[in-house]
Design a protein around this ligand. Structure first.
Ligand code: NCD
Length: 324
Protein backbone atom coordinates (compact mmCIF):
# COMPACT_ATOMS: atom_id res chain seq x y z
CA UNK A 1 0.00 0.00 0.00
CA UNK A 2 1.21 3.56 -0.57
CA UNK A 3 3.30 4.99 2.24
CA UNK A 4 1.53 7.60 4.26
CA UNK A 5 3.15 10.85 5.26
CA UNK A 6 2.85 10.88 9.03
CA UNK A 7 5.96 11.35 11.12
CA UNK A 8 7.77 8.53 12.84
CA UNK A 9 6.29 6.88 15.87
CA UNK A 10 5.38 9.51 18.38
CA UNK A 11 3.55 9.21 21.63
CA UNK A 12 -0.19 9.32 22.03
CA UNK A 13 0.42 12.37 24.21
CA UNK A 14 0.34 14.55 21.08
CA UNK A 15 -3.40 13.99 20.79
CA UNK A 16 -5.99 15.69 22.97
CA UNK A 17 -7.66 13.32 25.47
CA UNK A 18 -10.27 11.08 23.90
CA UNK A 19 -13.56 11.75 25.66
CA UNK A 20 -15.26 8.38 25.24
CA UNK A 21 -14.90 5.60 27.78
CA UNK A 22 -16.22 2.81 25.55
CA UNK A 23 -16.36 2.10 21.83
CA UNK A 24 -19.70 0.43 21.27
CA UNK A 25 -21.01 2.04 18.12
CA UNK A 26 -19.87 4.35 15.33
CA UNK A 27 -23.17 6.14 15.90
CA UNK A 28 -21.77 7.39 19.26
CA UNK A 29 -18.78 9.11 17.64
CA UNK A 30 -18.59 12.65 16.36
CA UNK A 31 -16.81 13.32 13.08
CA UNK A 32 -13.74 14.76 14.82
CA UNK A 33 -13.47 11.67 17.04
CA UNK A 34 -13.48 9.39 14.01
CA UNK A 35 -10.74 11.45 12.36
CA UNK A 36 -8.79 11.53 15.63
CA UNK A 37 -8.83 7.71 15.81
CA UNK A 38 -7.72 7.43 12.17
CA UNK A 39 -4.87 9.87 12.80
CA UNK A 40 -3.80 8.00 15.92
CA UNK A 41 -3.83 4.79 13.88
CA UNK A 42 -1.34 6.30 11.39
CA UNK A 43 1.18 6.44 14.23
CA UNK A 44 0.48 2.84 15.05
CA UNK A 45 1.19 1.80 11.44
CA UNK A 46 4.65 3.27 11.87
CA UNK A 47 5.19 1.40 15.12
CA UNK A 48 3.97 -1.86 13.60
CA UNK A 49 6.40 -1.51 10.67
CA UNK A 50 9.43 -1.08 12.90
CA UNK A 51 11.80 -3.88 13.74
CA UNK A 52 10.89 -3.42 17.40
CA UNK A 53 7.09 -3.30 17.38
CA UNK A 54 6.64 -1.97 20.84
CA UNK A 55 5.02 1.17 22.19
CA UNK A 56 4.23 0.24 25.79
CA UNK A 57 1.71 2.94 26.71
CA UNK A 58 -0.52 0.25 28.23
CA UNK A 59 2.16 -1.39 30.37
CA UNK A 60 0.58 -2.63 33.59
CA UNK A 61 -2.93 -2.69 32.10
CA UNK A 62 -5.03 -5.82 31.65
CA UNK A 63 -7.07 -6.48 28.52
CA UNK A 64 -9.55 -9.35 28.38
CA UNK A 65 -10.79 -10.50 24.98
CA UNK A 66 -14.19 -12.08 25.58
CA UNK A 67 -15.44 -13.79 22.45
CA UNK A 68 -18.87 -15.41 22.53
CA UNK A 69 -18.64 -16.02 18.77
CA UNK A 70 -15.73 -17.75 17.07
CA UNK A 71 -13.25 -15.40 15.45
CA UNK A 72 -9.72 -15.76 14.22
CA UNK A 73 -8.70 -12.52 12.66
CA UNK A 74 -10.49 -10.07 14.90
CA UNK A 75 -9.44 -11.75 18.12
CA UNK A 76 -5.80 -12.12 17.12
CA UNK A 77 -5.79 -8.56 15.81
CA UNK A 78 -6.96 -7.24 19.20
CA UNK A 79 -4.49 -9.51 20.95
CA UNK A 80 -1.53 -8.28 18.89
CA UNK A 81 -2.70 -4.68 19.30
CA UNK A 82 -2.82 -4.97 23.09
CA UNK A 83 0.53 -6.75 23.27
CA UNK A 84 2.28 -4.19 21.06
CA UNK A 85 1.11 -1.57 23.56
CA UNK A 86 2.49 -3.62 26.47
CA UNK A 87 -0.83 -4.72 28.02
CA UNK A 88 -1.35 -8.09 29.65
CA UNK A 89 -3.81 -9.75 27.26
CA UNK A 90 -6.04 -12.65 28.25
CA UNK A 91 -8.22 -14.47 25.72
CA UNK A 92 -11.47 -16.01 26.88
CA UNK A 93 -13.56 -17.92 24.41
CA UNK A 94 -17.05 -19.02 25.21
CA UNK A 95 -16.44 -22.75 24.89
CA UNK A 96 -14.04 -22.74 27.83
CA UNK A 97 -16.06 -20.35 29.97
CA UNK A 98 -18.91 -20.78 32.40
CA UNK A 99 -21.31 -19.25 29.91
CA UNK A 100 -21.64 -22.65 28.32
CA UNK A 101 -22.61 -23.89 31.80
CA UNK A 102 -25.52 -21.44 31.94
CA UNK A 103 -24.02 -18.36 33.51
CA UNK A 104 -25.72 -15.18 32.34
CA UNK A 105 -23.97 -12.37 30.53
CA UNK A 106 -24.35 -10.16 33.59
CA UNK A 107 -22.83 -12.81 35.91
CA UNK A 108 -19.92 -13.16 33.54
CA UNK A 109 -19.47 -9.41 33.54
CA UNK A 110 -19.47 -9.24 37.33
CA UNK A 111 -16.91 -12.04 37.57
CA UNK A 112 -14.59 -10.49 35.02
CA UNK A 113 -15.02 -7.08 36.59
CA UNK A 114 -13.76 -8.45 39.91
CA UNK A 115 -10.49 -9.34 38.16
CA UNK A 116 -10.01 -5.60 37.58
CA UNK A 117 -9.36 -5.51 33.87
CA UNK A 118 -8.77 -2.13 32.25
CA UNK A 119 -10.51 -3.04 29.03
CA UNK A 120 -12.86 -5.75 27.83
CA UNK A 121 -13.00 -6.48 24.11
CA UNK A 122 -16.29 -8.26 23.50
CA UNK A 123 -17.86 -10.08 20.58
CA UNK A 124 -21.37 -11.43 21.01
CA UNK A 125 -24.00 -12.90 18.71
CA UNK A 126 -26.76 -10.66 20.04
CA UNK A 127 -27.16 -7.02 19.05
CA UNK A 128 -26.99 -4.84 22.16
CA UNK A 129 -25.23 -7.41 24.37
CA UNK A 130 -21.94 -5.51 24.37
CA UNK A 131 -23.63 -2.27 25.39
CA UNK A 132 -25.45 -4.06 28.20
CA UNK A 133 -22.17 -5.49 29.42
CA UNK A 134 -20.54 -2.05 29.32
CA UNK A 135 -23.15 -0.82 31.79
CA UNK A 136 -22.24 -3.54 34.28
CA UNK A 137 -18.47 -3.20 34.47
CA UNK A 138 -16.05 -0.58 35.73
CA UNK A 139 -13.64 -0.70 32.81
CA UNK A 140 -13.64 0.37 29.17
CA UNK A 141 -15.46 -1.89 26.73
CA UNK A 142 -14.77 -2.26 23.02
CA UNK A 143 -17.36 -3.81 20.75
CA UNK A 144 -15.70 -6.40 18.52
CA UNK A 145 -19.02 -7.16 16.79
CA UNK A 146 -22.51 -7.57 18.27
CA UNK A 147 -24.97 -9.54 16.18
CA UNK A 148 -26.02 -7.67 13.06
CA UNK A 149 -25.68 -4.34 14.89
CA UNK A 150 -22.16 -2.86 14.75
CA UNK A 151 -18.49 -3.67 14.29
CA UNK A 152 -16.91 -0.25 14.83
CA UNK A 153 -13.21 -1.18 14.57
CA UNK A 154 -13.91 -2.86 11.20
CA UNK A 155 -15.37 0.38 9.83
CA UNK A 156 -12.41 2.34 11.20
CA UNK A 157 -9.88 -0.01 9.61
CA UNK A 158 -11.78 0.10 6.33
CA UNK A 159 -11.72 3.90 6.36
CA UNK A 160 -8.01 3.94 7.16
CA UNK A 161 -7.32 1.54 4.28
CA UNK A 162 -9.33 3.67 1.86
CA UNK A 163 -7.74 6.91 3.05
CA UNK A 164 -4.24 5.50 2.62
CA UNK A 165 -4.96 4.19 -0.88
CA UNK A 166 -6.94 7.14 -2.18
CA UNK A 167 -5.30 9.91 -0.17
CA UNK A 168 -8.70 11.16 1.04
CA UNK A 169 -12.19 10.07 1.96
CA UNK A 170 -14.66 12.91 1.38
CA UNK A 171 -16.13 12.89 -2.11
CA UNK A 172 -15.36 9.24 -2.87
CA UNK A 173 -18.06 6.73 -3.82
CA UNK A 174 -18.03 3.42 -1.93
CA UNK A 175 -20.23 0.54 -3.09
CA UNK A 176 -20.98 -2.08 -0.43
CA UNK A 177 -22.18 -5.29 -2.04
CA UNK A 178 -23.79 -8.46 -0.79
CA UNK A 179 -25.43 -9.52 2.43
CA UNK A 180 -26.33 -6.08 3.75
CA UNK A 181 -29.25 -7.32 5.85
CA UNK A 182 -27.13 -9.42 8.18
CA UNK A 183 -24.00 -7.32 8.17
CA UNK A 184 -22.73 -5.35 11.14
CA UNK A 185 -19.79 -4.40 8.91
CA UNK A 186 -22.13 -2.71 6.42
CA UNK A 187 -23.99 -0.88 9.18
CA UNK A 188 -20.88 0.50 10.85
CA UNK A 189 -19.40 1.44 7.47
CA UNK A 190 -22.53 3.28 6.34
CA UNK A 191 -22.53 5.30 9.57
CA UNK A 192 -18.80 6.07 9.47
CA UNK A 193 -18.55 6.86 5.77
CA UNK A 194 -21.68 9.01 5.97
CA UNK A 195 -20.16 10.97 8.86
CA UNK A 196 -17.06 11.67 6.73
CA UNK A 197 -19.05 12.78 3.66
CA UNK A 198 -18.28 9.71 1.59
CA UNK A 199 -21.03 8.78 -0.88
CA UNK A 200 -22.25 5.26 -0.19
CA UNK A 201 -24.24 2.75 -2.18
CA UNK A 202 -25.48 -0.68 -1.20
CA UNK A 203 -25.99 -3.39 -3.82
CA UNK A 204 -27.85 -6.60 -3.00
CA UNK A 205 -30.80 -8.74 -3.97
CA UNK A 206 -33.96 -7.47 -2.27
CA UNK A 207 -33.93 -10.41 0.15
CA UNK A 208 -30.54 -9.34 1.49
CA UNK A 209 -31.48 -5.71 2.07
CA UNK A 210 -32.68 -4.80 5.57
CA UNK A 211 -36.10 -3.27 6.11
CA UNK A 212 -35.85 0.50 6.26
CA UNK A 213 -32.63 0.72 4.25
CA UNK A 214 -34.18 3.63 2.33
CA UNK A 215 -34.03 5.64 5.56
CA UNK A 216 -30.26 5.37 5.81
CA UNK A 217 -28.39 7.99 3.85
CA UNK A 218 -27.31 5.62 1.11
CA UNK A 219 -28.30 4.82 -2.46
CA UNK A 220 -29.85 1.39 -2.91
CA UNK A 221 -29.28 -0.85 -5.97
CA UNK A 222 -30.29 -4.38 -6.82
CA UNK A 223 -28.26 -4.42 -10.04
CA UNK A 224 -24.46 -4.69 -9.87
CA UNK A 225 -23.83 -2.84 -13.14
CA UNK A 226 -25.82 0.20 -12.07
CA UNK A 227 -24.47 0.14 -8.53
CA UNK A 228 -20.82 -0.24 -9.44
CA UNK A 229 -20.76 2.43 -12.13
CA UNK A 230 -18.29 5.14 -11.08
CA UNK A 231 -17.42 3.51 -7.73
CA UNK A 232 -13.97 4.28 -6.26
CA UNK A 233 -14.18 1.43 -3.78
CA UNK A 234 -15.93 -1.93 -4.08
CA UNK A 235 -16.50 -3.50 -0.69
CA UNK A 236 -17.67 -7.10 -0.86
CA UNK A 237 -19.38 -8.79 2.09
CA UNK A 238 -19.51 -12.42 3.11
CA UNK A 239 -22.80 -14.25 2.78
CA UNK A 240 -23.66 -14.67 6.46
CA UNK A 241 -25.01 -18.19 6.44
CA UNK A 242 -25.08 -18.28 10.25
CA UNK A 243 -27.28 -15.18 10.54
CA UNK A 244 -29.46 -15.54 7.45
CA UNK A 245 -32.72 -17.08 8.57
CA UNK A 246 -34.14 -19.33 5.90
CA UNK A 247 -33.04 -19.34 2.29
CA UNK A 248 -32.42 -15.80 1.15
CA UNK A 249 -30.98 -16.71 -2.24
CA UNK A 250 -32.07 -19.29 -4.83
CA UNK A 251 -28.62 -20.91 -4.92
CA UNK A 252 -24.99 -20.03 -4.38
CA UNK A 253 -24.35 -20.43 -8.12
CA UNK A 254 -27.14 -18.06 -8.97
CA UNK A 255 -25.89 -15.58 -6.37
CA UNK A 256 -22.37 -15.70 -7.78
CA UNK A 257 -23.68 -15.16 -11.29
CA UNK A 258 -25.48 -11.95 -10.39
CA UNK A 259 -23.56 -10.61 -7.39
CA UNK A 260 -20.17 -12.36 -7.27
CA UNK A 261 -17.37 -9.91 -8.05
CA UNK A 262 -15.47 -11.08 -11.14
CA UNK A 263 -13.37 -9.21 -13.70
CA UNK A 264 -16.37 -8.32 -15.84
CA UNK A 265 -18.33 -6.77 -12.98
CA UNK A 266 -15.29 -4.99 -11.59
CA UNK A 267 -14.94 -3.43 -15.04
CA UNK A 268 -18.11 -1.43 -14.31
CA UNK A 269 -16.40 0.42 -11.43
CA UNK A 270 -13.73 3.12 -11.97
CA UNK A 271 -10.54 1.79 -13.58
CA UNK A 272 -8.61 2.49 -10.37
CA UNK A 273 -11.27 1.18 -8.00
CA UNK A 274 -9.94 -0.88 -5.12
CA UNK A 275 -11.54 -4.11 -3.88
CA UNK A 276 -12.13 -4.77 -0.18
CA UNK A 277 -13.48 -7.64 1.91
CA UNK A 278 -13.58 -7.85 5.73
CA UNK A 279 -12.91 -11.58 5.69
CA UNK A 280 -13.41 -14.41 6.06
CA UNK A 281 -14.04 -14.73 2.32
CA UNK A 282 -16.22 -17.28 0.61
CA UNK A 283 -14.16 -17.64 -2.55
CA UNK A 284 -16.36 -18.36 -5.52
CA UNK A 285 -19.50 -17.23 -3.64
CA UNK A 286 -19.19 -13.44 -3.33
CA UNK A 287 -15.81 -12.99 -5.00
CA UNK A 288 -13.77 -14.60 -7.78
CA UNK A 289 -10.51 -15.86 -6.23
CA UNK A 290 -8.60 -14.23 -9.10
CA UNK A 291 -9.98 -10.82 -8.08
CA UNK A 292 -9.34 -11.43 -4.39
CA UNK A 293 -5.68 -12.12 -5.18
CA UNK A 294 -5.28 -9.41 -7.81
CA UNK A 295 -3.47 -6.07 -7.64
CA UNK A 296 -6.81 -4.31 -7.20
CA UNK A 297 -7.43 -6.12 -3.93
CA UNK A 298 -6.42 -4.39 -0.67
CA UNK A 299 -7.67 -7.20 1.54
CA UNK A 300 -4.34 -7.90 3.26
CA UNK A 301 -3.84 -4.16 3.81
CA UNK A 302 -7.15 -4.19 5.67
CA UNK A 303 -5.72 -6.80 8.02
CA UNK A 304 -2.62 -4.68 8.66
CA UNK A 305 -4.76 -1.57 9.25
CA UNK A 306 -6.87 -3.63 11.66
CA UNK A 307 -4.01 -3.97 14.13
CA UNK A 308 -3.15 -0.27 13.84
CA UNK A 309 -6.75 0.84 14.39
CA UNK A 310 -7.17 -1.44 17.40
CA UNK A 311 -3.93 -0.14 18.91
CA UNK A 312 -5.26 3.39 18.39
CA UNK A 313 -8.62 2.58 19.99
CA UNK A 314 -7.08 0.89 23.04
CA UNK A 315 -4.57 3.70 23.45
CA UNK A 316 -7.28 6.37 23.13
CA UNK A 317 -9.79 4.77 25.51
CA UNK A 318 -7.55 3.78 28.38
CA UNK A 319 -6.06 7.13 29.38
CA UNK A 320 -9.59 8.56 29.27
CA UNK A 321 -10.53 6.13 31.98
CA UNK A 322 -7.61 7.20 34.20
CA UNK A 323 -8.82 10.77 34.09
CA UNK A 324 -12.40 9.83 34.89
C1 NCD B 1 -16.77 -9.78 10.00
C2 NCD B 1 -17.59 -10.05 11.22
O1 NCD B 1 -17.30 -10.96 11.98
O2 NCD B 1 -18.53 -9.31 11.42
N1 NCD B 1 -15.53 -10.39 10.00
C3 NCD B 1 -14.53 -9.96 10.76
O3 NCD B 1 -14.69 -9.17 11.66
N2 NCD B 1 -13.32 -10.44 10.46
C4 NCD B 1 -17.49 -10.04 8.77
C5 NCD B 1 -18.05 -11.40 8.55
O4 NCD B 1 -18.16 -12.20 9.47
O5 NCD B 1 -18.46 -11.65 7.42
Amino acid sequence: MPQHSSSAAGSSGDFPPFRQRHLISIADLKQHEIIDLLDRAERMIDISRQERKSHPTLAGKTQINLFFEPSTRTQSSFEIAGKRLGALVVNMSVKTSSVSKGETLVDTAATLNAMRPDVLVVRHGAAGAVELLSQKVGCSVVNAGDGAHEHPTQALLDALTIRNHKGMLAGLTVAICGDIANSRVARSNLLLLGALNVRTRVIAPRTLLPAGIENLATEVFTDMEEGLKGADVVMMLRLQHERASGKMIPSVREYYRFYGLDAQKLGWAKPDAIVMHPGPMNRGVEIDPAIADSERSVITDQVEMGVAVRMAVLDALLPARNQA
